[in-house]
Design a protein around this ligand. Structure first.
Ligand code: NAD
Length: 243
């Protein structure tokens, strides 16, 4: 098993990509703590996959710090921090409500910074790693997704920046940049012909991904096999950013 003996936190681990990552980590032998906002869903998923749940709003630094401290109290250490929680937003900048902009940036960018800041002291002790879930929209502009692209672009550059600052401390920092994935986030949109054909026609592989197709990359990045990888923002997108 690739993650035997490791302790991992997965934010947004109760749903979609985060749930697939948490499930794969448990199967690979890790002790896993998932965090999300909605307690009922979090507890149910934790029971289903065999991990611990801590209710957390990643927009609030104090709550993220509490999540990390609870994990370290329970398992004695932290090896892997997956900053995955996020929300989507579909509006071009002229139509963007300021409250929506702020909420997306607070969740998708501040949330990653909060997880990084709270986890780093513990990751320095274990030569651990951080994995951020960015997006293809952090690498290229996303049509009609002003706040989301700005936040994910921030995550991409923040990943490189923290990787550079903490390489000497033995902490690796990488991001996963998925294309469209069928999750509760995209479910309703992908049910519309307009959006499904947009995704199909712009993806060389002509289909969205399943969350289980994203999780193996998160396993690899957390494993000793990725020991020389840091500062990488890796597309996993059926070819979206290749053209
Ligand atoms: P999802 O809606 O299925 O899961 C998102 C999770 O984040 C949920 O558990 C939700 O409770 C949690 N969350 C949201 N706001 C939170 C907050 N403030 N505090 C704590 N938890 C919070 O979506 P998903 O598709 O699995 O998305 C996971 C990540 O992948 C996100 O960062 C998303 O931007 C990114 N992503 C998704 C796609 C896609 O097509 N689905 C593509 C690229 C990147």
């Amino acid at each position: 098993m690739q993650l035997d003996g490791k302790t991992a936190i997965v934010t947004g681990g109760a749903s979609g990509i985060g749930k697939a990552i948490a499930t794969a980590y448990v199967k690979e032998g890790a002790d896993v703590v998932i965090a999300s906002r909605t307690e009922s869903a979090g507890t149910e998923v934790a029971d289903e996959i065999g991990c611990t749940y801590v209710q957390t709003d990643v927009r609030e630094y104090d709550q993220v710090e509490e999540l990390v401290e609870t994990t370290v109290d329970e398992f004695g250490k932290l090896d892997v921090m997956v900053n995955n929680a996020g929300i989507a937003s579909e509006a071009p900048v002229e139509e963007m409500e300021l409250d929506e902009w702020r909420n997306v940036v607070q969740t998708d960018l501040d949330g990653v910074m909060h997880g990084t800041k709270a986890a780093l002291p513990h990751l320095e002790e274990t030569d651990g790693c951080i994995i951020n879930t960015a997006s293809i929209y952090g690498l290229v502009g996303g049509k009609g997704a002003a706040a989301y692209s700005a936040a994910k672009g921030g995550v991409v550059n923040f990943t490189q920046q923290v990787a550079v600052d903490y390489a000497d401390e033995g902490v690796r920092v990488n991001s996963i940049c998925p294309g469209f994935v069928e999750t509760p986030m995209t479910e309703e949109l992908l049910e519309t012909e307009r959006f499904y054909s947009y995704v199909r026609d712009n993806t060389p592989m002509n289909r969205p991904a399943q969350p289980e197709e994203i999780a193996p990359l998160a396993v690899f990045l957390a494993s000793d096999g990725a020991g020389y990888m840091t500062g990488a923002n890796i597309p996993i997108d059926g070819g979206w950013t290749a053209h």
